[in-house]
Design a protein around this ligand. Structure first.
Ligand SMILES: Nc1ncnc2c1ncn2[C@@H]1O[C@H](COP(=O)(O)OP(=O)(O)OP(=O)(O)O)[C@@H](O)[C@H]1O
Ligand SMILES: [Mg+2]
Length: 361
């Protein structure tokens, strides 16, 4: 690839659109990704993630818009000429070939010299820690190992862009975590540009330099993981990032507080346009609600325990806020509380403004 010009390096999507029958599945998407950055496309099922990724890959033709890589149009370049690496949910390995031959495949197809093929295959098998299994066939490998082979196969051609479509969703929780670490490490070492599709906010937060949150074919918010998790632009984004406590009927007061019935809540993030006096909804992550041991100062409220249990190394409470008629809220204490508080027990809760957001109606 010509790196000599001074065009912006990286991927640029301009007004990219896809329509199936009358169904607009990707709606005028604009997106800039600098060379070497890791982008996660995050959104619920049917939001258009795969369609957008397949358009970038050249497997689906857009119905409008421009796509540039390093300033050059790629829409007219056939998929097999784009030199992109792809890793999918299904490992899509050639079953009759050994691991070694699977990884060598793209290099052979490109007509590389045997010495180059040998060097690259060995390098990338070693990077994904599979050197010792080079002679195996895919069916003699675990799911995680097969996914590492497809990763090595995609990386071996040293693509200008790596594309991933939910590559970890068939793996169990422990393997998923291992692969997340591995992909992040490979990205740090090799510095490739990547677009990674997932519906899992934790994967996106772990891997991404930039996250695009998709909703019904449009980008609801684009930003760094920090920006998005601390300042979600819309209730949809907040909900997606675990702001699961919803307190309706809030009114924004002065000094970054919201009043909900008798309860005053400090608000860390007021969505754009919100001003004192506005009515709306407060969304908060369970970790913004602390269960106080004894008398504490700050923004506290009385609550009654509805349920409590140990879950994922933390203690999770369902609580009913005193004087607030609607739904329960969740609180998370980052340790195992013993004994678990019984149903009906009275506690005080304290609100931590991080992870509490206000959206006006
Ligand atoms: N070839 C097609 N023909 C008609 N509709 C399609 C086609 N491919 C996708 N769609 C529709 O486009 C929308 C977006 O699909 P897409 O596969 O991009 O979603 P996704 O975000 O990847 O979802 P998931 O998380 O379930 O994989 C869906 O409503 C889907 O039914
Ligand atoms: Mg998909």
């Amino acid at each position: 690839m010509d790196r000599g010009n001074d065009a912006v390096k990286g991927l640029s999507l301009q007004q990219i659109k896809k329509v199936y029958q009358d169904n607009v599945v990707v709606e005028s998407i604009d997106l800039e990704l600098a060379e070497g950055q890791f982008l996660c496309l995050l959104g619920p099922s049917g939001s258009g993630k795969t369609t957008l990724l397949r358009m970038i890959a050249g497997l689906v033709q857009p119905d409008g818009g421009r796509m540039l890589l390093d300033g050059k149009d790629i829409v007219s370049v056939p998929a097999n000429k784009r030199n992109f690496g792809m890793v999918f949910q299904q490992y899509a390995l050639f079953p009759h070939m050994t691991v070694w031959d699977n990884v060598a495949y793209g290099l052979k197809a490109r007509g590389e010299k045997p010495a180059v093929i040998k060097e690259k295959v060995e390098k990338y098998l070693k990077l994904v820690d599979l050197g010792h299994l080079a002679k195996r066939k895919p069916k003699a490998l675990s799911g995680g190992q097969q996914q590492r082979v497809s990763l090595a196969r995609a990386l071996a051609v040293e693509p200008v862009l790596m594309l991933f479509d939910e590559p970890l969703s068939n793996l169990d929780a422990r393997l998923k975590e291992l692969m997340l670490k591995e992909i992040r490490e490979l990205h740090r070492t090799l510095g490739f540009t990547a677009v990674f599709v997932t519906h899992d906010q934790n994967e996106a937060l772990y891997l991404a330099d930039k996250i695009a949150v998709l909703n019904k074919g449009h980008i609801e918010q684009f930003g760094s993981p920090e920006e998005i998790i601390i300042r979600p632009a819309t209730p949809f984004v907040a909900d997606f990032f675990g702001y699961t406590n919803r307190l309706e009927g809030a009114q924004l007061s002065e000094k970054g507080r919201a009043q909900i019935g008798p309860v005053a809540v400090p608000v860390g993030h007021v969505a754009s346009g919100g001003k004192p006096g506005d009515r709306g909804v407060v969304l908060m992550r369970p970790n913004a609600v602390q269960v106080a041991e004894d008398s504490v100062s700050g923004d506290t409220a009385e609550a009654t325990v509805v349920d409590s249990r140990y879950y994922g190394g933390v203690t999770e409470y369902r609580l009913k806020l005193e004087g607030y008629p609607s739904d329960d809220i969740s609180a998370v204490v980052p340790r195992l509380v013993q004994p678990l508080p019984a149903e009906g027990a009275k506690v005080r809760v304290r609100f931590i403004p991080d992870s509490i957001a206000f959206f006006q109606e």
